[in-house]
Design a protein around this ligand. Structure first.
Ligand SMILES: Nc1ncnc2c1ncn2[C@@H]1O[C@H](COP(=O)(O)OP(=O)(O)OP(=O)(O)O)[C@@H](O)[C@H]1O
Length: 270
């Protein structure tokens, strides 16, 4: 058994249905005004795994992950209907506070977006302070842990008061990951987290994703199929707002069951 093999690959397939998902998407539909962007998505996401969402431009990848933590509805005119069950909470239940959901399901965006006027330290501490944490020692600890977790601490530990915007693009993206981790999310959504980065910075983020899976569940959008193959345990292929095929990454890439998936994977359209 190679070290490259992931936990999901080693486990026998038969156990798959017995594992309670971390996130269960049921009959999820989403719109921008009258345009339907997601069509009846059903998908279970297993805890402590990385799932890649792939598919051609405009197929609904970003919309899908933004529906998971209720960011989609923040776009004027946007709406979602259906269920996203996080453990045993329906994210779309009327009694649920979307702010709590965003804390439990964090997000990292395509372009690194540190708060430009804030120091490295304050970028990571900002969310904690907003949540009323003022104790300096506690803040120091969480900031250090988050930066360590994001594999950035060694590079910035002597420069914590410098602006976040003084870092390289790859470092800024890891700072944004640290900022998300400081809130101790259970699920981390990543929307093409390496598309603005060079290959070395990208591979650092990919390594990081491997490590982060031990503590949380990752759902990432990527245009890069090699990246999906390298980092994701499971891959979902979408087309025109529909989930066409979803399974273990190895199966999706080596033995797709649907012709559309096969055509996309082999570069016949994109
Ligand atoms: N703010 C918006 N207003 C109106 N329509 C939108 C908006 N954002 C996305 N859409 C439309 O919704 C559909 C899904 O978009 P989405 O961004 O989820 O696709 P995607 O697969 O992530 O695309 P890409 O790979 O290009 O980022 C597309 O047809 C897109 O044009």
């Amino acid at each position: 058994m190679s070290e490259e093999e992931t936990l999901a690959e080693r486990e026998p397939l038969q156990t798959e249905n017995l594992i309670t998902p971390k996130v269960s998407i049921k009959n999820l539909n989403a719109w921008f005004g009258t345009k339907q962007a997601l069509k009846n998505i059903n998908m279970d996401i297993r805890e402590n795994t990385a799932t890649a969402i792939i598919g051609p431009s405009g197929c609904g990848k970003t919309t899908l992950i933004r529906c998971l933590n209720r960011m989609h509805e923040m776009t004027p005119g946007a709406a979602a209907k259906g269920h996203v069950i996080l453990d045993d909470t329906d994210v779309y239940d009327k009694s649920v506070d979307p702010v709590v959901i965003k804390r439990r399901i964090g997000m990292v965006f395509q372009r690194p977006n540190p708060f430009p006027t804030m120091s490295i330290y304050d970028n990571v501490a900002a969310g904690l302070r907003l949540n009323g944490i003022r104790d300096r020692r506690l803040l120091d600890n969480i900031v250090q842990e988050s930066l360590e977790h994001a594999a950035l601490w060694e590079e910035v530990k002597n420069d914590l008061s410098k602006p976040g915007s003084s870092l390289s693009g790859g470092q800024q993206q890891r700072l944004c990951i640290a900022r998300a981790l400081a809130m101790q999310p259970e699920v981390l959504l990543m929307d093409e987290p390496t598309s603005a980065l060079d290959p070395i910075a990208s591979s650092k983020i990919e390594e990081l994703i491997h490590g982060l899976k031990k503590d949380l569940t990752i759902v990432m959008v990527t245009h890069n199929m090699q990246q999906a193959a390298r980092v994701a345990d499971f891959t979902a292929f979408m087309y025109l707002g529909e989930l066409i095929e979803y399974g273990r990454t190895k199966q999706i890439f080596e033995n797709p069951q649907k012709e559309l998936t096969e055509r996309y994977i082999s570069g016949k359209f994109g």
